[in-house]
Design a protein around this ligand. Structure first.
Ligand SMILES: CC(C)(COP(=O)(O)OP(=O)(O)OC[C@H]1O[C@@H](n2cnc3c(N)ncnc32)[C@H](O)[C@@H]1OP(=O)(O)O)[C@@H](O)C(=O)NCCC(=O)NCCS
Length: 481
């Protein structure tokens, strides 16, 4: 039922996997690439660049769907018990066939080898709206990045990134995000600056053996979309950077996806015996990571107490885990609540024997820090309210060594945010090496944690103001992919 391609490096990391680079470079079997469908015709108007040796960099069209779906299903296939390959093909088809809310065939780039008529490298750019303290941020997400093993190390991905970064800028996107393999995307200007997964692994023996009196769990239906939206929006207030998901998205999630793709999640409602919905959670439709059900989203309606809805969900996951285990002839290890480091469900379960797992991270890129800071200025001003810096007047100079940003406050309002170049004479208030500023901006690390990790992070003046403007706070990203 769940065919697998064995012996593959992971395209996107399963939680708890070995994070070493070694785990990501296992050679693929080249014969898997033989006999893939041909790419559609290379139309001159789609060609972006002739890369030589018969390779054309071009935009994809719907005629390329089958070629790209087949190529991606092989190049992205993951090790046993993660994302089975035909589910990647379903996902690619939907991203390209016009039925996906935020992606079309034209959002993909291909490197087309005109000698073999094969797709040999590809990636797409999905457009999302994220929110920074609730402020909408247009965001691009490069996705499904892959190159045929015989064509690697020729900078084919680097060339395609330059192109999608240009598209992203044209679309007015202030941020780019990637859920990707270790280190790789740093070379394209990304910093790992928001937590990604992590959470609590509650072994099967720790899951409740009895249902919670008065509460049950049922599959969500389209009519639940307003309730799910309300719970999700309420829960997202605890995070710095989040993904906006409106009712239309939840309807797509509930009934718009074709078949099982790697993105399929089953949504469940916790409700009272009288049918009053209390909470929503989801789970991946297969066991992952050696026998675990995986729940990457769990939110309760405003005002609902968590302990009972958590037990109701865990009892359900115990039942569904046993069913999935018998279908796939493995043991159900337990329920992985992949909800990050800070979540009410994890608080409720503290001391109940589960194993915490450290999060991985999202790659974030901000090409124009001044533009981004101007966009989120109301969030920065709001952080001063009620702090000792309420009504603050003055300057703050953040140095990134070869560039910098100067913020000018008047009565607690940001009157000016401008580029500024540090010098030997004027080093600024705080100096942040490389892209470490993104860790501060997105609340991933505190200023002191950055200074501990990078001795060349210098705090010269105004530490308290910087800490007030950029406190540590987790993010929760669940983009519409
Ligand atoms: C990762 C992958 C996309 C790289 O493709 P590529 O066309 O070789 O990329 P580029 O030539 O543009 O890479 C440039 C640099 O990235 C680095 N790099 C390449 N593969 C890497 C990997 N797996 N991990 C970390 N760094 C890597 C190298 O330093 C390379 O430069 P070099 O050739 O001078 O050493 C390709 O190996 C692949 O398809 N892997 C399987 C699918 C996958 O893991 N996709 C990423 C999903 S998030």
């Amino acid at each position: 039922m769940w065919p697998r391609i064995a012996n593959r490096r992971c395209a996107r990391l399963p939680l708890g996997s070995d994070l070493s680079i070694e785990g990501n470079v296992m050679p693929q079997n080249r014969s898997d690439f033989d006999g893939l469908p041909s790419a559609g015709p290379a139309r001159p108007e789609d060609v972006i660049e002739d890369l030589g040796d018969g390779l054309l960099l071009r935009r994809a069209r719907s005629e390329d769907i089958e070629a790209n779906a087949a190529f991606q299903s092989v190049v992205q296939a993951d090790p046993p018990d993660f994302e089975p390959f035909e589910h990647i093909a379903h996902w690619v088809r939907q991203l390209m066939d016009g039925s996906h809310p935020i992606c079309r065939a034209r959002d993909f780039l291909l490197v087309h080898d005109t000698r073999s008529d094969q797709v040999v490298s590809s990636l797409g750019l999905l457009s999302h709206t994220l929110a920074y303290d609730g402020i909408p941020v247009p965001t691009g997400m490069p996705e499904l990045v892959g190159t045929h093993p015989d064509y690697r190390h020729r900078r084919l991905i680097a060339r395609q990134f330059a192109e999608v970064h240009r598209w992203s800028e044209e679309r007015g996107q202030l941020l780019q995000i990637i859920d990707g393999i270790p280190w790789y995307y740093r070379q394209f200007g990304y910093e790992m600056a928001a937590q990604n997964m992590g959470g609590l692994y509650q072994g099967r023996s720790l899951l409740p053996g009895e249902p919670v009196k008065g509460l049950g769990v049922r599959a969500a239906i389209e009519a639940d979309a307003p309730f799910i939206t309300r719970c999700f929006d309420h829960g997202m207030k605890r995070y710095r950077l989040t993904c906006r998901r409106d009712e239309a998205f939840w309807r797509f999630e509930l009934s718009g996806r074709h078949g099982f793709s790697t993105q399929t999640r089953f949504l469940k409602i916790v409700e009272t015996d009288s049918g009053e919905p209390r909470a929503v959670f989801n789970h991946v439709p297969i066991l992952l990571d050696h026998g675990w059900t995986r729940t990457p989203m769990f939110e309760a309606a405003p005002g609902v107490a968590w302990p009972e809805v958590v037990d109701a969900a865990l009892f359900f996951l115990r039942e569904v885990g046993a069913e999935l285990a018998s279908q796939s002839k493995q043991e159900h290890a337990g329920a992985a609540l992949v909800l990050g480091t800070e979540h009410p469900a994890l608080e409720v379960l503290r001391g109940r024997g589960g194993r915490p797992r450290r999060p991985y991270a999202w790659y974030l890129r901000v090409a124009d820090p001044v533009g981004f800071l101007k966009h989120v200025a109301p969030a920065l001003e709001a952080r001063l309210v009620g702090s000792p810096y309420q009504g603050h007047d003055g300057e703050l100079a953040l140095s990134f060594f070869r560039s910098g940003v100067r913020l000018h406050f008047e009565k607690g309002q940001l009157r000016e945010i401008a580029e500024w170049r540090p010098s030997t004479e004027e080093v600024g208030d705080v100096s942040l090496p490389d892209l470490s500023f993104l860790n501060l901006l997105f609340g991933h690390r505190s200023l002191v944690e950055i200074a501990d990790a990078f001795p060349d992070c210098q705090i010269t003046r105004r530490q308290a103001l910087v800490e007030t403007l950029f406190p540590k706070q987790p993010s929760f990203l669940m983009p519409t992919s």
